[in-house]
Design a protein around this ligand. Structure first.
Ligand code: C2E
Ligand code: CA
Ligand code: CA
Length: 260
């Protein structure tokens, strides 16, 4: 699979998709997350997370991560996105964050593309962040100083302590979909969704619920106080070239709903 990934990169077959992050109350878009995909026929039937794992093992993750950041820059130049305040989330692998020159490299890319770092939010998973060999606080703070916002992804899966959460200026946490998907049936999942929301709120951190699939999950989360949500209920990941139109459509339907 490593060879196929390498060819995908070499021949421009990486095809980033974007999934909207919306305001649960209105459905209006607040931003989007970029997700790794390849063009049809390449790595057919292989789950993206498995491709990412292989990319990490065979040393291709830096190149893929760079492609994803370039995708974010491309999208930010689309008139419908450029003229909005939508933020684009990009997933980072810990490998990228272990390279001391990573902040300089992204700064160079953004300068060349004339893109403002404040329009990009970098996501790092809780498990990788808690790893003792994970990224240094210094490096994460450098990225924040450059203007990026940071999101802690898959929150709740590793029980990050309150103190650790305060040690890095995360602006967002994303509550893992395993909790969201059980919020209807499981009292424990409901209690955890509420506890994570309250914990983040106490620190002034914005919370996004991932994997919202049903109107009932949306209703429960809204009742707890969640504002930001992402999931198939609102939209599936969509190719970048279709993303501006999707964002405008979400915006229009939120306006229509507000008028009714
Ligand atoms: P993630 O960062 O937690 O991304 C969210 C995953 O949830 C995505 O899976 C998305 O398609 C999926 N999802 C969104 N809404 C729903 C929903 O309502 N229900 C369900 N069941 N799933 C939903 P995807 O695209 O397969 O990506 C899997 C993982 O692969 C990501 O999890 C992330 O850890 C990794 N990944 C994807 N793209 C990149 C990338 O560009 N760089 C890095 N380093 N990792 C990436
Ligand atoms: Ca993510
Ligand atoms: Ca996640």
């Amino acid at each position: 699979m490593g060879k196929e990934l390498e060819d995908a990169l070499r021949y421009g077959m990486v095809h980033p998709h974007a999934q909207p992050i919306v305001d649960l109350r209105t459905g209006a878009p607040l931003g989007m997350e970029l997700l790794f995909r390849t063009r049809p026929g390449v790595l057919q039937g292989i789950r993206p997370d498995l491709s990412i794992n292989v990319a990490e093992e065979v040393g291709l993750i830096d190149a893929i991560g760079f492609e994803m950041l370039r995708g974010a820059c491309r999208l930010l130049k689309e008139p419908a996105i450029a003229g909005s305040d939508l933020v684009i989330n990009v997933n980072l692998s810990v490998h990228q964050l272990l390279r001391e020159d990573f902040p300089d490299e992204v700064a160079q890319l953004l300068a060349a593309e004339a893109v403002d770092a404040s329009r990009i939010c970098l996501e790092i998973t809780e498990s990788r962040w808690l790893d003792p060999d994970g990224p240094s606080r210094v490096l994460l703070n450098r990225l924040v100083d450059q203007g990026f916002s940071l999101a802690l992804d898959d929150f709740g899966t590793c029980y990050a302590s309150l103190l650790r959460l305060r040690s890095v200026p995360f602006r967002h946490v994303k509550v893992d979909k395993t909790f969201v998907q059980e919020v209807e049936e499981s009292e424990e999942a409901f209690a955890l969704c509420r506890a994570m929301f309250e914990m983040a709120k106490a620190y002034g951190i914005q919370v996004t619920a991932e994997g919202v699939e049903t109107p009932e999950q949306r209703r429960i989360l809204e009742e707890v106080g969640y504002i930001r949500g992402q999931g198939y209920l609102f939209a599936r990941p969509t190719p970048l070239e279709e993303t501006p139109a999707l964002m405008m459509e979400l915006q229009r339907s939120a306006r229509r709903a507000a008028l009714n």
